[in-house]
Structure formats: C-alpha cells, structure tokens
Write a protein of this length. Structure first.
Length: 173
C-alpha cells in the first residue's frame, strides 16, 4: 500500500458526482398545448387530483367534475406544478420548508376548489360568460391612450430613499 499524497488534501476526498444540468421547470399553458398534449396532461392532472382528494381528504371539496370547470383546472394546475417542483425537484438553498409552504398554499387554494353547485354529485355548467358591451374594446384603447394611469411618466414612489441609499457607501439594513 502506498502512502497518500498529502500535498493535495482535496484529492483525498471522493469525487463529487456531477449533476445533470437543471431542467427548465415545465410550464403548463393549456391554450398553448396541442390537443393530444392537452389530453395527456389532463390525464396526468386527473391522476394527481384523485391522489390529492384522497391524501388530503378533499372528497367533499374537490368534486369529480373538476375538469369541466376551467378555473378549478387552473388552480389544480398551479398546485400540481408547484407540488412537482417541491417534491420532485432539487432543493435550492433557503427552501428548507418547501413542503410546508406547499401545504400552506394548498390550504389557501381549497376555497377556490369548491364547487357548491356540483357538491351533490350532479354537474352544473359554469355560468355563461357575459359578452362585452358594444364599444368596450374602443373604450379600453381610449383609456390606454388618454388616462393618467397609462400615460404618466415613470416615477418611483420611494425615489428619494433610493437616491439616498445609492449615495451611502454602506447603507443600514
């Protein structure tokens, strides 16, 4: 057995396996998916929604017709993609409570998953969209062109504070 080379102590430690480059988080934009992709993703979301209903005892909250309600689909999509990033993604520093944060987010979303009209087990279609009144698009364009909210010059409300902080070599925390 040969003595290890002590001139390079770092060489004594096992090599750290290289990680594959992090993938860009997958974004789900339903309207941007082709029909086959949309169906596949809805099936995936459906499996997860069944798991969610069982695991978190949401059977009285998340109705079986959730997929027929676009707002609920969007909320479940946000929960699911956040869940996969939390439970299947890498833990970046500062995310020690990511799972607890996700559960808090779930509880905040629960009221948006309820469909009282469908709670009896019979699906009720969402109310129809109210069409925009005639001239609404033109009125919006006039607003964008003439209103102070859309045309005022940029001004930060804390400009004086920002200027003061830039002037200080070591601003207080």
């Amino acid at each position: 057995m040969t003595d290890p080379d002590l001139s390079d102590p770092a060489a004594l430690w096992p090599a750290v396996p290289s990680r594959a480059p992090a993938q860009e988080p997958q974004r789900w934009v339903w309207a941007a998916m082709d029909p086959a992709g949309r169906r596949a993703r809805l099936r995936e979301l459906g499996v997860w929604a069944d798991w969610l209903r069982t695991t978190y005892e949401l059977h009285n909250t998340l109705t079986h017709c959730w997929y027929r309600h676009p707002a609920v689909v969007e909320h479940l999509t946000a929960l699911y993609t956040g869940w996969t990033r939390t439970y299947a993604g890498e833990d970046p520093p500062g995310r020690e409570l990511a799972e607890a944060d996700w559960i808090n987010t779930l509880h905040a979303f629960v009221p948006h998953l309820k469909l009282p009209a469908c709670a009896t087990g019979t699906h009720q279609d969402p109310p129809p969209l109210v069409p925009a009144p005639p001239g609404a698009a033109e009125a919006f364009e006039r607003y964008l062109t003439h209103s102070a909210a859309a045309t005022a010059p940029a001004a930060h409300p804390a400009a004086a504070e920002l200027t003061r902080r830039r002037a200080e070599p070591d601003p207080p925390l």
